[in-house]
Structures are given as structure tokens and as C-alpha cells.
Design a protein around this ligand. Sequence first.
Ligand code: FAD
Length: 290
Amino acid sequence: MTDRLSRDRPTFSVEFFPPKDEDGETELWKAIDRLQSLDPAFVSVTYGAGGGSRDRTIRTTSRIVADTELVAMAHLTAVSHSVDELRAVLRAYRDAGIDNVLAIRGDPPGDPLGEWTPHPAGLSYAGELVRLVKEVDPGFQVGVAAFPYGHPRSEDVDSDLRHLVAKIDAGADFAITQLFLEPDGYLRLRDRLAAAGCHVPLLPGIMPLTSARTLRRGPELSGAPLPPGLEERLAPYLDDSVAFRAAGIDVTTELCAALLAEGVPAIHFYTLNRSTATSEIVHRLGLVEN
Ligand code: FAD
């Protein structure tokens, strides 16, 4: 996968979540079919907090590997799992031909901002999970999560950076950021990582601004600030969903263009299992080879 990120031109990747029902499955596969033709560097599938969605992540990612030409990455969290269970999931990934894993600690079930309590026979931090993934199979390529404005539970940006560097030192091959709405935090983080001697690809995670809800929920969920200029720019469209979408796609395209001008190797899109906005943006950015 890192080979696909080091081609001589920038590229993009997309993130899906495993569908809950048949309608969701149909929608996801429509998005996969459409995005596949645009040749993303990879597609990733998230891992739900409870054990119930574990099988859906394995099933969805395995089907992408079996039925498409796409490079697939499965996420894995340490939530509610013993180390033995984590090993079993990793073996299932390996047996399905999944070569890439995003190793994340996860949030406490129920209240994402609540106190983290590890499983009694489990792990406490993502760095330990990175080591476990490499121990199960050193051939896995491993990614980790990064936070341009610090993880909501981190005491300060310095400790946050130290822990990110430790995850990379534990063997991570690349990192993907939490979503954000202006480039500064990402660029600062990239500079600070480079100053700390870390040169793995840092992919900016971007959610296309397709509705007033995504504008509101993004900063709430990510801890990234809502830039005042952006709020002002989009305020006239809050009651007109069609005009909001058009302006939101413009804003997202400009953000991605600014990041590409700074030399990012790829943009990672949070697609919410839809293809239209991502497809529109990557075409406008010239990220699709014709
Ligand atoms: P960690 O890196 O373990 O960090 C958690 C906190 O502990 C931070 O404050 C960190 O600074 C601190 N810390 C880290 N290491 C140490 C240490 N050794 N000692 C002391 N403190 C430490 N959630 C899901 O449930 N499923 C998903 O599929 C999913 N995918 C995601 C994909 C991306 C790209 C991102 C950015 C997030 C994703 N999340 C997902 C959310 C993620 O689970 C939460 O953000 C979670 O709170 C943190 O996970 P982490 O891997 O960053 O944890």
C-alpha cells in the first residue's frame, strides 16, 4: 500500500463503514463500483465499537479483496477485546488476503469521551496494537490515527505528538488524520513529526462538506476548530441544501487543493458510504487519470 502512496503523482483513498442491513449493503456496493473506476490508492473499512460489528468488518473487507481489484485496509480497535481475540481477528484478516490494518485504540463503548478501561486481558493504547499486528504477521502494513489539533483526551499537543511518534516507532508505516476544515493544524503536525524524525506518509482525512449537518458535526466529533471565515462563507446557504452542497464542495475542493500544493501524497476521504461528492472532488482536483 505504501508503494501506491509513493507514486510520482498524488492520489486519494476512501473510507467506508460496514453496512448494517441489506439497503446499506446495496448503497455501499454502488459506491465501491463507482469509486473503483477512479483507481483510489486504497479503500478502508472501519471497525465498530462492539463485538457485533467485528464480523461485518471482516466480511466487508474480505469481499472487497475477493471481488474487486482494490487494495483494501481493515481497521481494528482494542475495544472489548482480549489480546487472544485481537490475534484471532488479525489471523482472519490475513487468511482473507487483507494486507493492511489501521491499528487504533478505539473509544470506550457508550460514551466516547468517557474513561477508557482496557479489557482485563487486552491493550491500553494503539502503540501496543501496532506491535501486536506486526507480531502476528510482519508482512502487514500498519497505519495509525493522528490528530492535527490533539486527541480530545490528550493533556497537551506535546504529549499527543510524543504518543504519535511512539506509535510510528512501534512500527506504523503511515498515519491518517482525524477530519479538519483548514490546513494549518495538519501542516503544523506534519512539520512537528518531521522535526521529530518521523517521515512516514501523513494522510489528511477529509470529509466532504455536503450538508449543514456535516459542518456542525465535524468539529464536534473531531475537536478541530470551525474556522470563523468558513462559517461566514457558508452561513447564507444553511437553509438551502442544494446551494449548501455546491458551496461545501467548493470549500472542500479548495482545502484539498491547498494540501496538494503543500505536497501531500494522498487525500483520505471519509465517504459515509457515498461516492458522488468524493468523485466530484477528485475529478476537480485532477487526481483521476483519464
Ligand atoms: P491512542 O493512540 O492509543 O491514543 C488515545 C489517547 O491516549 C490519546 O490521548 C493519546 O495521546 C494517549 N496515549 C497514546 N499512547 C499513550 C501511552 N503510551 N501512554 C499514555 N498515553 C497515551 N474508532 C473506531 O471505533 N473504529 C474505527 O474504525 C476508527 N477509525 C478511525 C480512523 C481514523 C483515521 C481516526 C483518526 C480515528 C478513528 N477512530 C475509529 C476513532 C479512534 O478510535 C478514537 O479517536 C480513539 O479515541 C483514539 O484512538 P487512537 O488509536 O488514536 O488511540
